[in-house]
Design a protein around this ligand. Sequence first.
Ligand code: BGP
Length: 466
Amino acid sequence: MLTEKFLWGGASASYQCEGAWDLDDRVESMWDHYLHEEQLENGDVASDHYHHFEEDIKMMKEGGQNAYRFSLAWPRIIKNKAGEINEKGIAFYHKVLDCCHKYGIEPFVTLYHWDLPQYWEETGGWLNQEVCDAFEHYAKVCYDHFHEKITHWVTFNEPKWFVCSGYLIGNYPPCFRDTQKTIIAAYHVMYASALGVRAFKESGYPGTVGIVHSFTPVNGVDDTIETRIAMRYADNYCNNWILDTAAKGEIPIDLLSELSKNYDISFMKPEQLAIIRENTVDFLGLNYYSRTLVKPYTEGETTFVVNNSGKEGKGSSKVIVKHWFEQVMHDPNSTYTEWDTEIYPKGLQEGLKEVHEKYGLPIYITENGIGMYEDVTVEQVQDDYRISFMEDHINAMMNAADAGVKMMGYFAWSAFDLYSWKNGCEKRYGLVAIDFEHDLIRKPKKSYGWYKDMITGNIKIQRKDL
Ligand code: BGP
């Protein structure tokens, strides 16, 4: 059973939707800098939520939703390394929050969804420990200014995804391919998250604070010892360093032991580890798109090939972590999107139960959705595939809730079409279509109406065992 106060909403992220990248004294973020330098498709305008937020939030209300997950942009709020506040940025988010409350929409707010101010990136970004203190300052500024309007706080969105993409795989800024740097950045982010949690607890403001993780539960190809060892390595790589650290205050010791054989971990100081241990989160947000299916490592160098190009790249993804595991990308019994994402709702059901057993914390699904190419010039996008995707995943979540998992909310990714990082605007996830070519016109897709009917009880989820 879902709780009575269950949150049903949609999600977005500042860089992916706001646009207005240099308006009202917002400073450059690392993504602005990188995408401009590389002349890649960027979020300069994106969904122009900066000017359309009222229309977007009103549509959520009219779509039966009661919550909106979005992020605050650090470069809009803090002007420089000295930590000076940009009052215009504060004023903008007050308007957004007032609008949420006007329409009865609960704001569910992430402090960091990847848009680090470029002035900090220039000092080394997440490789520089000072950035952790700067994050703490930024978090305090947000708590102090917005505590009367926000009670659901999230420190970081998806440490695994942005740290591994930025420092190990190299397809996100700052584009390193360096394991030592990955370990340093990962540690600093988890430490910064604990500082953010501590600042919130010390403030005494009402509400709860959590972290959002890109959750890929790990399955093995069989039940042999070799596969189970590979699964443990994969789970440490994909999930445990975020979830164990944030929820239990412990970085998995077998992971540290393994890393210490080849890398320096002496920068992890006892007083910082104590802060991590003492400042665990109140809840977990899980973003679920797919599982990770693994087999034991056989041969070859560590390899990461990410399909950011949709059609042309289908089937090109590859993950091998030397001596640890290999990811199986093609299960003949499964279906995959154009971007090689396996559609696997059972992973959500089983994964939720595992997370519940391990941590016992309340859980929100903070993102779930399917990215597709869509023609949005039609009167209404007939996205039956999205409806069936959501129905299957909501069913999976309800099965987990029936099995005792404390489910608190579900957010569709995304509330409306957005800029999808390296995939550009063509990869669409929204419940509401945005025609980026024609005045950013908004039109609800078929899934928007379905979601409303599901929330209001006009449509019942077809329950099935997975
Ligand atoms: C998550 C991020 C989002 C979003 C989503 C879809 O990793 O939190 O910001 O973009 O995934 O991923 P993508 O846009 O790369 O398809």
